[in-house]
Design a protein around this ligand. Structure first.
Ligand code: PLP
Length: 394
């Protein structure tokens, strides 16, 4: 019996909600004006839609619409936030703090800055992936000018105490950036209460379109000064030039709106499905270990290491259940996940891991099917594993 494949890779990207696509369509077909055209109706209508989306994004994080800059996604937002903030901070110090478990779009920016002469501390996370305020505090020096710690980890889902970290930074007049791409609409975010100065988010992780994101830039108490990374026509208050992709921005606004419309039920439903998946797999498969925090993590996240099984082989074996493995297959020789390594897992355990991401469109039936497929595949692979046979013979 063939059935449609099951999508459980919602940390990589999400299916655009049909209501998002619906909201975008008129901005391809009819309202195609340039939002920067201030002399005619076509431009005004486009600009109005952009401002409505801006207001929605701002509201979702407790910001003012003037503090939102649209970008091409969270990668660009992270680059703009960190690289953009430094010129104004340079004379105050040369020390930056981030965590070893960050997304590559923060880590690789920091690595470049470190090669360029900035002094960067990569704070370790604990064995659950948590970056504690104490760990951040210990890394601070009198010359620290910027801290970047993500809100929710994209591999293991662990939620960091960004309110505590934000307050630490604010007390010391250090700029605080958080990559909230995985957290928007799933955990309560308030840039005022959390002392956040810069916050990145992305459309396609919240059932919106790919190629659009936003950066929150604090304008008061204190104002964060950014140097644009893309110069040109001076769009987005000069912070990000380029004609605005109106349909994508409308889609992002709709996606944010839906994240809140679906609340408070959706997070509970997703967490219940995740718990079912976790209980189902752990109940049927021996020697499984949870990667991540048992409670302080995203409701849809489940990252497991299966002893004596290669994650890549397991992923191939469960072909019609789409997940990610703890080995980045961007190179010929798959590198074990830097996040799992930062959590203290050895290469083998990191390679033996799968990341499941439950999302809005998953059903109980799909979860049960995934449990079945994973349990069978692990059993099959272990039967052929010499290491497994030798331990189970004990
Ligand atoms: C997906 C992701 C990004 C990158 O977002 P894009 O919009 O694809 O550039 C950055 N940070 C985190 C935590 C992510 O999950």
């Amino acid at each position: 019996m063939s059935r449609p494949p099951v999508y459980l890779d919602n940390h990589s990207t999400t299916r655009p909600d049909p209501r998002v696509v619906e909201a975008m369509l008129p901005y391809f077909h009819e309202i195609y004006g340039n939002a920067a055209s201030i002399s005619h109706r076509f431009g005004w209508d486009a600009a109005e839609a952009v401002e409505e989306a801006r207001a929605r994004v701002a509201e979702s994080i407790g910001a003012d619409p003037k503090e939102i800059v649209f970008t091409s996604g969270a990668t660009e937002s992270n680059n703009l936030a960190i690289k953009g903030a430094l010129p104004a901070l340079k004379r105050r110090g040369d020390h930056l703090v981030t965590a070893a478990s960050e997304h590559k779009s923060v880590l690789d920016v920091m690595k470049r800055l470190s090669r360029e002469g900035w002094n960067v501390s990569f704070v370790p996370c604990d064995e659950t992936g948590l970056v504690s305020a104490e760990a951040v505090e210990q890394a601070l020096t009198p010359s620290t000018v910027l801290v970047s710690v993500m809100t929710a980890n994209n591999e293991v889902g662990t939620l960091n105490p960004i309110g505590e970290i934000g307050r630490l930074c604010h007390d010391r007049k250090i700029v605080f950036h958080t990559d909230a791409t995985q957290a928007v609409g799933k955990v309560d975010l308030d840039v005022q209460a959390d002392g956040v100065d810069l916050l990145s988010l992305s459309g396609h992780k919240i059932h919106g379109p790919k190629g659009v994101g936003a950066l929150y830039v604090r304008r008061r108490d204190p104002q964060v000064r950014l140097q644009p990374q893309i110069d040109g026509g001076g769009h987005e208050r000069g912070l990000r030039s380029g004609t605005l992709p109106v349909p994508l921005i409308v889609g992002l606004g709709k996606a944010v709106e839906l994240m809140f419309l679906e609340k408070p039920d959706e997070p509970n439903r997703i967490k219940a499905l995740r718990d079912r998946l976790e209980a189902g797999i752990v109940g049927r498969v021996a020697d499984v270990r949870l990667n991540g925090h048992p409670t302080r993590r995203l409701g849809g996240n489940l990252n497991l290491s299966f002893a004596f099984v290669d994650g890549e082989s397991l992923m191939t074996a469960i072909r019609d259940v789409a997940v990610s493995s703890g080995a980045a297959c961007t190179s010929v020789d798959p590198e074990p996940s830097h996040v799992l390594r930062a959590m203290g897992r050895d290469d083998e355990s990191a390679r033996a891991s799968l990341r499941f991401g439950v999302g809005r469109f998953n059903t109980e039936d799909e979860i049960d099917y995934a449990i079945e497929v994973v349990a069978e595949a692990v059993a099959r692979l272990r039967k052929h594993s010499a290491a497994w046979s030798s331990t189970s013979a004990l």
